[in-house]
Design a protein around this ligand. Sequence first.
Ligand SMILES: [Zn+2]
Length: 191
Amino acid sequence: MKLGLAVHPEIGTPAAGSPWHLVFAEDLPDICAAHGRDCVERRAEQLTFYRTRRGGRPVNLLRLVLRIVQIWRLNSVARTYPDIVLHGEWPLCPACLVPARIYRAAGTALIALGAVNIVAVVLMVAAHIRPPAWLVFAIFPGWLPLGLLVSMSLFRGGETFVRARIAPDLRAADIVSHPRFDEAVATAPRS
Ligand SMILES: [Zn+2]
């Protein structure tokens, strides 16, 4: 389903090199996009995108790593922060909220695991015990930065209630949506 976008009214047109902040031109209906069920909660979240030749694509771990590689090879002036931020008040049904909880718990567990590892190594060093190589390896490069990057993307995944792409001219978002959501959008009174 294609939905019209507008420049964020409070942020306005960005200076060169700054990200675009966009909002939906019309309010989203009280139906969740993923399941087509009545919404029980609206949550303000931001979706982030990188600009590509084919339009805005979601920032994810793979695209972030590709950006970092590009910068590292100095063949691009690419930055790691997003080019487009889409602000939305997402209508959510109970089913929408389940993965958010799971992702968040997994992200938290991963962070806790790293913290426990670090405490274990610190205690061993304090007790003059040489920590096993695998334990050190689990912390670096296992947990830092890989584990943190993965938990970051887990938290982000938990907040991504809608899968969207942005048109190259930034005037529309193409979102993966349920037919009931599409119908609610089509029949909504225009403001
Ligand atoms: Zn839902």
